[in-house]
Design a protein around this ligand. Structure first.
Ligand code: M6R
Length: 348
């Protein structure tokens, strides 16, 4: 039950350290028991909807590097109707919190019918997707009640990253040991997120920009903001801005820039300068290493915990979940039951 929290969403955001810790412990054992034949895999397709789709995107680069095979990530409602080329050399990974999403179930059945091996990353025990997949890795998020998914997302990325490292023979145990503490550090930004929510509460449009995994974090952050606060938000890979969207930037346009990748920080810096020069109010979420590069260009810098790049989607989304929560709250929205949405989309 709510035990002292005003909303399930806030409770579930704050449960993330323990949910991730449980998931790490469980996944270490589950990976040893996985029966997937990796020797015949030539390509991987990750299929999911909404937040689960973003989890796939967040782990895409790590999986591709570790498996050394092409990995693509697709939305289930598109995948199921586009007649994809799938065969027995394919691994299809279906990600779902509920395990009951209609489009994801249809994608799973299509992949199986074409002879692919199907692995499910699912939170709900005994759900349709868990039962029908060839193998299952369970996230240990516990029951997620709020419509806006939070702890399911970060545990999904945890599982996928551990899977990638396992297959690639990479030892990420030191990074796993530090992850919980880094998520706690993200939660400590709660007060700053309340202040930022005050600054955003009357906005009609908010733009998020980032590069690489930070662009994915932006996509997930916009989904959170849209679904519970009803503010229009868009996320762009920062380098795409000048291919169109920068035309919308004018005096006062709020931009949230996410920067956790030191190798791309100079590119981000020029993108931030471009929007700032057009009058945008830029709020930067950056690791300390990236923050150094920005100097005086930002109105404000929110410091994200430093993690290896493959865990930055976990550490960086935590304060942005809180930002969506506080913004929705100030705007008087029903945080746990947003309009027009169901927790589980069991019909098309
Ligand atoms: O249960 P699933 O993970 O399959 O659900 C997928 C989406 O419906 C879900 O992530 C949805 O986008 C959430 N409302 C996002 O917060």
């Amino acid at each position: 039950e709510l035990v002292g929290y005003p909303h399930y969403m806030l409770k579930e955001i704050f449960e993330q350290p323990e949910a991730i810790a449980r998931t790490i412990a469980h996944t270490k054992v589950a990976l040893e028991q996985l029966t997937i034949d990796t020797s015949i895999i030539e390509a991987v397709t990750i299929v999911a909807c909404g937040t689960a789709y973003h989890a796939g995107l967040a782990a895409n680069a790590m999986l591709e590097q570790m498996l050394n095979h092409p990995v693509r990530v697709e939305v289930a409602s598109e995948f199921r109707y586009r007649k994809p080329i799938i065969n027995s050399h394919h691994l299809v990974i279906i990600i779902s919190q509920s395990g009951e999403t209609a489009d994801s179930i249809a994608a799973l059945r299509l992949a199986k019918a074409e002879g692919a091996q199907v692995l499910a990353v699912v939170n709900t025990k005994g759900s349709t997707i868990a039962r029908e997949a060839d193998s299952v890795l369970y996230t240990q998020a516990g029951i997620e009640v709020a419509v806006a998914s939070t702890k399911a997302y970060t545990t999904q990325i945890t599982v996928l990253t551990m899977l990638a490292a396992y297959w690639g023979g990479a030892d990420i145990s030191a990074a796993l040991d530090k992850l919980i503490h880094q998520v706690q550090r993200g939660l400590e930004l709660d007060g700053q997120m309340m202040d930022l929510a005050e600054a955003l509460k009357y906005e009609q449009d908010v733009y998020y920009i980032g590069r690489g995994v930070d662009a994915v974090t932006g996509m997930e952050a916009t989904l959170k903001l849209k679904e519970i606060s009803y503010i229009h938000a868009e996320s762009y890979p920062a380098g795409e801005l000048k291919h169109g969207t920068i035309a919308l930037i004018e005096n006062g346009t709020p931009i949230i820039a996410i920067a956790t990748d030191s190798e791309l920080v100079e590119k981000m810096k020029s993108n931030i300068e471009e929007v700032a020069a057009r009058g945008a109010k830029v709020y930067i979420f950056a690791t300390p290493a990236c923050a150094k590069a920005f100097g005086a260009i930002a109105q404000e810098i929110m410091l994200l915990p430093s993690t290896p790049l493959y865990f930055s989607p976990i550490a960086a989304i935590v304060p942005l979940q809180l930002l969506a929560y506080h913004t929705a709250l100030i705007r008087g929205c029903d945080v746990d039951q947003p309009r027009n949405l169901a927790k589980s989309v069991t019909v098309e």
